[in-house]
Design a protein around this ligand. Sequence first.
Ligand code: 8YV
Length: 312
Amino acid sequence: MKPEILLVEPMMPAIEQALDAAYTVHRLSAAPDRDRLVAELADRVHAVVTGGGTGVKNAVVDALPKLGIVAINGVGTDAVDLEHCRGRGVRVTNTPDVLTDDVADLAIGLLIATSRRMAVGDRFVRAGQWPTGKLPLARKVSGKRLGVLGLGRIGEAIARRAEAFGMSIAYTNRKPREGVPYRFVASPADLARESDILVVAASAGPDSRNMVGRELLDALGPDGILVNVARGSVVDEPELLAALTEGRIGGAGLDVFADEPNVPEGFYGLDNVVLQPHQASATVETRMAMGRLVLDNLEAFFAGRPLPTAVV
Ligand code: 8YV
């Protein structure tokens, strides 16, 4: 008898095949009535597999008394209530490290695309406007002052890449990091004031909720660029939209939003933003590596071995 698992959102076909080979997989996203599926599976499901942005609700955890593990296909754990899982004796794993390079790459991509107005240039050419039109000049990237909000694994990978662009790099963090060559600034608003480009790489949670609000955006200023590859919850989205619309900040490159996949339509008409549908880890190579780590964690759990990347 194969153990039964609940797959909350689709994964790569090769990973889903491997899941199907080892487990009886119930697919929540394909279910016409999700609550009903969860109720039907109550005494059968031992593992939930979900995405970092999607997580799993406490109500689902509570509805599955045999649940022993939530395996997150992502590094962010904010969409899973870790304390609740701990209290219920449910293990939680994530996929750190394997996606660090991709997320840092996309942060640099967004930083350049926004500063250099690449999406505007692309639309200009596609609309056949080049022969007759003229684009306003963009803003230089190399040599700028970069502020990293949250210098964890991903923030550090972004900073390392920015060094190659001759940027001066400062960061804020819960506490200063030892052994990094970057300047620590204790206050996020001071960091924003001293930065041309501010990249959000902080983990999400009650401490960082709406950390990027009006004060910080105004400190970044009318030429400042904000890049967010962390979570939408770290940024006060209505304040960001207002700051962009009123020209109180220069632009924004956004991969994440407060209520995905719903993006406030106010962003659509703005030429000073570059938008991505939460793509930072979305490469074949990285999604394969993330999927393998999910499989390894599940295998270890069902074999009673130590979990490779446990958070609970
Ligand atoms: C993924 C993420 O897009 O790692 C995370 O926390 O949000 C992303 O890597 C997501 O986990 C896939 O659903």
